[in-house]
Design a protein around this ligand. Sequence first.
Ligand code: SF4
Ligand code: SF4
Length: 432
Amino acid sequence: MSTPATASLDEIARRCIHCGLCLSECPTYLEVGSEPDSPRGRIQLMRHLADGALAPTPAVRTHLDRCLDCRACEAACPSDVRYGELIEHARGALLAAPAEHPPALERRLVDWVVHEILPYPRRCAALLGAARAAGTLGLTSLLRRSSWLAARFPALRQALDLLPDRSDRRRAGDSVPHAAPPTGTRRVILFRGCVTSVLTPRTAGNVQRLLVHHGCAVDVPEGQVCCGAIHYHSGRRFEARQFARANLAALAGDEPIVTFAAGCGAMLRQYAALFAGEPDDSARAAALAARVVDVSQVLLPLEPAKPLARVPLRVSYHDACHHAHAQRLRTPPRQLLVRIPGLELLPCAESDVCCGAAGSYNLLQPRIAGQLARRKLACLNESGAALAAAGNVGCILHLRAAARRAGSGLRIAHFADILALACGLDTNPDWS
Ligand code: SF4
Ligand code: SF4
């Protein structure tokens, strides 16, 4: 099995000195406890797959499929092993290699939804509409209670749990289809994302209102599409590049590009690596990546239009992997939250251990994703918080589903929604 970039990938893999410092940071190693489910073990598997010493057997595929691509190992590595690049190339190579057994029907259905529906907002909205119609007929709750479905089709059962409830219903002014009134002086481009803008339009609207409230003139260019992360992380590099090329055209300019989903921000910053070996696109991609900022980074140095209202809440913070590890971004969201009068920010153990959402991981690996969600909920509950804040829609929906399943009263919200409440921009939030 080989990829066009095998030589440079081998060079990256050879940097691994087998020190094992990454093991205690790896969520799957923490849960499964075996070397092939650790970063060090997977690097060995990927090297042997690349040099042909190992065949892509079902067992090998399982160990690599179990990787969350959370990149916690990369952040912990003293030897600069760029693990993310290794696993993404390996997934592409596995996809191209003939499998011993064809994927099961459920896996093919999930793959189709993940790659052909979710990245396209209109298709995603149609699916969500159909799911909501089923919900009003009582079908969703019936299916959620079905032990047969949970045992036979765990991924579909998981997908039902992830459907947003009341809290993310669209209100007037939600979603981000419009340029804001030209009142601000600091021009920014808002990247709305695909799934995020459909599943959490309220957060998307709040982010746009927050930027305006802090003096920004917000442009939301037409023509922007999914960042490509969904395809890139599953090894579909060709499709990821198509999305990226559309975004390179739509987001042209020199204004900061503001993201409010950790996964989108990390992917846009990775565009240069996506076009490695293609000098023209790679240079444009690097220029775009340098303009990408998280909404927390933009808001932090700016003053709101009026003083923040009191929000007497005990809050803890969950670091999304693609904030903490991929973008090394931890403090700005916390600094925004501690400014809010009355809000108490409580420390959380293992705040940067993956919650199990990891893009489509919670659909494809529901068992480990469920274990990680329970581990995260235990830490958040232990913190004493009534509300957990995060900066990634995938984590938020996954943890809300886990909290519902566990009968926990813990609520989960995007940090921008909490700030919008303090700014008087969202007066009736519902984070259940
Ligand atoms: S920390 Fe880095 S060098 Fe050490 S085992 Fe992990 S990947 Fe290899
Ligand atoms: S990316 Fe995450 S799950 Fe995968 S090996 Fe690294 S730490 Fe473990």
